[in-house]
Design a protein around this ligand. Structure first.
Ligand code: ATP
Ligand code: MG
Length: 337
């Protein structure tokens, strides 16, 4: 096992194939400012590059190999820290075997960094590609409470109270609205890809990363009953659209409200197909507040033409009336985190 706090081991990093935000450092206050978006990050410790433009490189990140924030299909997520500023980051290692796909991923990261600037999207600090191995490292804003799947686990089967859910939903929708306005699709909205922190902020992550678009069709043959947030039209093999992201948000809201995934018995692709394409759409029962029930039904509408969009949903009473602020949400989270 490598020593704790070791550097990101990227001596073979391809310098043409790394991207990062350009930061400006104010020597007087010790604050890092992202030039393009104006994002400021205050720091306590040693910034040495006074007044100079500063781009992240792999040597700038100390990795904590003992930390294991999570693991997904493509790799692991570890905690790290930007040395000069003390800013914590989550370093995600994405395994991409094919060189062309790795380059495509880096290009997408370039686009994502350019699109940065919404409080409800996880910030990307940098991406590094190794010349020799099949991995790309991505340095992301660290979210100290993990994902909404972790929140669900912490609640141990009970749902998120609708009062707090209204704020969480607003933040999810606001992040998605930002992407959609930039003509970007998320493509993989699920509780694991929505992160939250102790300050009460909720942020989407893993947007725009190259997704295997043949996955849906391939699934028909290899289905193992995995929980899925895919929309009916995707299940039918149609193209992914902005509306498909909205369906997935509806599924997540249903799950957070009730504490359980909407379809209890999916064990095979035909059963999932039946739920998504034949049976009535999932609906919250009337013991939930009517604004929440309606909001979720607007997302979980099978007919794509009638499904609401982000703009409409951001003006809905569920997320505009009697909504707590982030500090209230943070105070509630602190009661059990
Ligand atoms: P998939 O392979 O489909 O992406 P996944 O979303 O569960 O599945 P990852 O994206 O690798 O897999 O993330 C795994 C877990 O790591 C997340 O569920 C979350 O708990 C944690 N994680 C990811 N990014 C961060 C972050 N920026 N800050 C804190 N924790 C994170
Ligand atoms: Mg993920």
């Amino acid at each position: 096992m490598p020593p704790r706090g070791m550097m990101l081991e990227m001596d073979d990093v391809d310098s043409d194939n790394s991207v990062s935000m350009t930061w400006e450092i104010d020597p007087a206050s010790g604050t890092m400012r992202h030039k393009k978006t104006g994002t400021k990050v205050s720091t306590d410790s040693g910034i040495t590059y006074e007044g100079q433009e500063y781009r992240l490189s792999p040597e700038d990140i100390d990795l904590d190999f003992d930390s294991h924030l999570g693991a997904g299909a493509c790799g692991v997520v570890m905690k790290g820290v930007i040395k000069h500023s003390g800013i914590p980051v989550a370093v995600k290692t994405v395994k991409v075997d094919d060189k062309a796909k790795r380059e495509q991923l880096l290009n997408e990261i370039r686009g994502l960094i350019a699109a940065d600037g919404c409080i409800n999207l996880v910030h990307w600090y940098a991406g590094f590609m190794s010349k020799s191995t099949s991995v790309v490292h991505v340095a992301l804003e660290f979210m100290d409470l993990g994902s909404l799947a972790d929140l669900k686990k912490r609640l141990g089967g009970s749902g998120v109270p609708p009062f707090y859910l209204s704020n969480i939903t607003y933040q999810i929708m606001n992040g998605l609205d930002y992407l959609h306005k930039k003509k970007m699709l998320h493509r993989d909205i699920k509780p694991e890809n929505i992160l939250h922190n102790r300050s009460g902020f909720v942020k989407l992550t893993d947007f725009g990363i190259a997704k295997d678009l043949d996955k849906t069709l391939a699934m028909a043959g290899t289905f193992v009953g995995t929980v899925t947030y895919m929309s009916p039209e995707r299940c039918l093999g149609q193209d992914y659209s902005f509306a498909s992201d909205i369906w997935s948000v509806g599924m997540v809201i249903y799950e957070l409200s009730t504490g359980r995934y909407p379809f209890a018995d999916i064990g095979s692709f035909p059963v999932l197909f039946d739920h998504l394409c034949e049976k009535p759409e999932p609906r919250l029962t009337p013991d939930f507040p009517p604004e929440l029930v309606e909001f979720d039904a607007l997302c979980l509408t099978r007919d794509v033409a009638r499904r609401a969009d982000t703009e409409y949903l951001l003006a809905h009473p569920f997320v505009t009336q009697n909504v707590p602020d982030v500090d209230q949400l943070a105070a509630w989270l602190a009661t059990f985190c």
